[in-house]
Design a protein around this ligand. Structure first.
Ligand SMILES: Nc1nc2c(ncn2[C@@H]2O[C@H](COP(=O)(O)OP(=O)(O)OP(=O)(O)O)[C@@H](O)[C@H]2O)c(=O)[nH]1
Ligand SMILES: [Mg+2]
Length: 655
């Protein structure tokens, strides 16, 4: 069984499943539109869900000290098909900047490089990604693996700059001097690039896989974005050790600082790789002895990192690459890469699929619930009319007149109730504005500007720390205040729904509450990461400290901005979801009152209309019932795709 194929097949099946799920959701949408049940909110929610399904990415990060074989392992797992080494992998420091490998169909195959000089700007890599002119872009020639490798070699480019400049880039510290090799006094070799994005249409990348190759420890330490956002959001992190080095002090530091201690759910996606086991192969020893030695190293590594031995995978990335290029199955088996590939495809794809599926289903259920409420209200209205009309059977004109008067009164009462409804809308709008004042982007901008000024003004780390603490405290206060505001809005709306239900017989509806917990948790996580990181900065050579802290703050601020963006978007959607059912209920109720009045009028004019009208209503009730059943079937279809088995491509099944 070819395990690389298996991994590829799993990914392909996952991509295929996502596409089927998308078309299921689209079919539901079409049906709703067809039945005139899709309002603007339904359209918006479905569109967002489809976007999410389409853009869904699966990020696998490779982290380790330098020269442990990260790039070689990526070559061996993902790119052996090219018949040669694609990412540069060599002794000493090779990968000089974080490198994302992905497929973006909107651009031609290329490698985009962000110059190191951009470190002088108060902008994060994520922000700079949207400005093409900040990047140096080289096309990739897919027809020639050699020319591709030539372009990719750029990720290891360095240049010699004065020490003072390296410091201003926030690059230089004691470790860096050692690692970037002091050439002559006063100058130092530094990476040419701050970040690289390789875009090419590899089958796995086309399915949404993103690979993140990182340089060794020190570069991780100095690009806070990697620690604060890229690594925590990766779905799997492979931590690589080398059998010839064992677990060194610096391996342990990388592990502790960037990988250990996360919550168990996250831990599950972390694999420890013991690379370079070919160093233990020894023709003078029996295979059993080699086996014992490998097992011993696995055990020691597991103990040192405090993980289960099953989480440690001994491999030889180098031999695996050679074996795949030469089609040498015996060597491939000996490299033990297949076992790692199986573990990756076993744990990664199904877990991701489960989360994506559950999210899609719950979103579909939520939006269908709103549609169903309308259908229920309609059915309730028809049942009421039917009862009313049936009661008129055999009654004289006076009774009919009396009945007509009753409906007229009811309509008048409801219309008076509507003034309360418009008053509510006014208050609702005011509350929404107040909420925006609390956690809108303007508020965040003010807070960030204050912090920036305080950081600039303080000459001591203590001052910087104080300013940052205040920044976080303010955010927490704002999120909590916003939480109280949404609770207020929720209670107001719940009371209004209860009142309309009681006074006018509208469908009872309990609006969903809004929870700030998710955002508070994320802020807490950022704050924790910040505390850990600032302690590292602390111990650095004093001159490099301040530019680094400023840059660090910009990273934190941009993460928080992202959080605010998400929170504001979620709040908007929530506000709509608590208001729009009331709007449609009111509209629906008005229509029904009008219809009731209309049919009684007809009967009043000619009594033989009564049976016709009863029959009409009975037919309408039946049609509605059929519509509700069809809606159930539509949702069940989406759920079946979401929870259904993979349809593995035939080639993979045959393998
Ligand atoms: N013997 C042996 N050497 C390996 C193996 N994997 C990688 N190497 C060698 O180790 C050296 C470093 O490999 P890289 O892939 O550049 O390591 P890296 O972790 O990407 O290092 P940086 O990019 O510098 O952070 C290269 O000379 C590789 O050929 C292996 O399984 N066995
Ligand atoms: Mg590398």
């Amino acid at each position: 069984m070819n395990h690389a194929r298996e991994l590829a097949a799993r990914f392909e099946a996952y991509g295929d499943w996502r596409r089927r799920l998308s078309s299921g959701v689209s079919a539901l949408h079409e049906w709703l539109a067809d039945q005139e049940l899709a309002d603007a909110q339904v359209d918006l929610r479905i569109q967002r869900l489809l976007e999410r399904l389409h853009q869904d990415k699966l990020v696998v990060a490779f982290v380790a000290e330098f020269s442990r074989g990260k790039s070689e392992l990526i070559n061996a797992i993902f790119f052996a098909d090219f018949g040669q080494r694609l990412l540069p992998s060599a002794a000493g420091r090779t990968t000089m900047c974080p490198t994302e490998i992905l497929h973006d169909p909107s651009r031609p195959p290329s490698i985009r490089l962000l110059p190191i000089e951009t470190r002088l700007r108060n902008a994060t890599v994520t922000e700079l990604k949207t400005y093409a002119d900040e990047w140096v872009t080289l096309p990739l020639d897919l027809a020639s693996a050699e020319r591709m490798a030539d372009a990719l070699v750029r990720v290891s480019q360095v240049k010699r700059v004065p020490l003072a400049l390296a410091r201003r880039y926030g690059l230089h510290d004691e470790d860096l001097v050692a690692s970037f090799q002091h050439s002559d006094e006063g100058s130092v070799d530094i990476p040419c690039w701050r970040h690289a994005v390789i875009n090419f249409p590899h089958p796995l990348l086309k399915q949404g896989l993103v690979i993140l190759d990182t340089p060794g420890l020190n570069a991780i330490g100095t690009e806070p974005e990697l620690t604060l956002s890229l690594l925590p959001s990766a779905h799997a992190v492979l931590f690589i050790l080398a059998a010839d080095a064992g677990v060194t002090k610096s391996d342990l530091e990388v592990w502790k600082e960037h990988l250990a201690g996360a919550d168990p759910a996250v831990q599950a996606g972390r694999l420890v790789i013991l690379n370079k086991i070919d160093g233990l192969w020894d023709e003078l020893k029996t295979p059993q002895d080699v086996e014992v030695e490998i097992a011993r190293q696995v055990r020691i590594s597991a103990e040192t990192l405090a993980v289960a031995p099953g989480q440690v995978f001994p491999v030889s990335a180098h031999k695996a690459l050679v074996a795949k290029v030469n089609g040498d199955d015996a060597l491939l088996a000996k490299s033990r890469l297949p076992r790692l590939e199986s573990a990756l495809s076993d744990s990664l794809v199904p877990a991701k699929r489960q989360i994506v599926g559950a999210t899609a289903v719950s979103e579909v259920r939520a939006l269908v619930a709103a549609v169903r409420a309308i259908l229920d209200a309609r059915a309730g209205g028809i049942a009421e009319q039917l009862a009313e009309l049936k009661a008129l059977r055999g009654k004289n004109r006076d009774v009919v007149e009396h009945m007509m008067q009753r409906v007229r009164d009811e309509k008048a009462t409801f219309e008076r109730g509507l003034t309360r409804y418009s008053a509510l809308r006014t208050i609702f709008a005011q509350q929404t504005t107040a909420l925006d004042g609390i956690i809108g982007l303007e508020a965040l901008r003010g807070n960030a500007a204050r912090t920036r000024r305080a950081i600039e003004a303080s000459l001591f780390t203590k001052g910087v720390r104080g300013a940052m603490n205040e920044f976080f405290a303010q955010i927490r206060t704002d999120l909590e205040a916003a939480g109280r505001k949404t609770a207020e809005i929720h209670d107001m709306m719940a009371a209004m729904y209860a009142r309309f239900a009681q006074e006018h017989g509208l469908e009872p509806f309990v609006p969903p509450p809004f929870s700030m917990l998710k955002y508070l948790k994320e802020v807490e996580r950022l704050e924790r990461a910040y505390h850990e990181h600032i302690n590292t900065l602390w111990n650095m050579a004093s001159k490099a400290k301040f530019p680094l802290m400023r840059r660090f703050f910009e990273t934190v601020a941009s993460r928080v901005k992202h959080l605010y963006d998400v929170a504001n978007r979620d709040i908007d959607a929530w506000l709509k979801s608590v208001m729009s059912p009331l709007e449609s209920q009111v509209r629906e109720h008005q229509t029904q009152l009008r219809r009731r009045l209309e049919s009684i009028r007809r009967i009043h004019r000619a009594s033989d209309e009564l049976e016709d009208r009863v029959a009409e209503l009975a037919a309408a009730a039946e049609a509605l019932d059929a519509q509700a059943r069809a809606l159930d079937a539509q949702v069940a279809a989406v759920e079946a795709i979401a929870g259904g088995p993979d349809e593995l491509p035939l080639a993979a099944n045959a393998a």
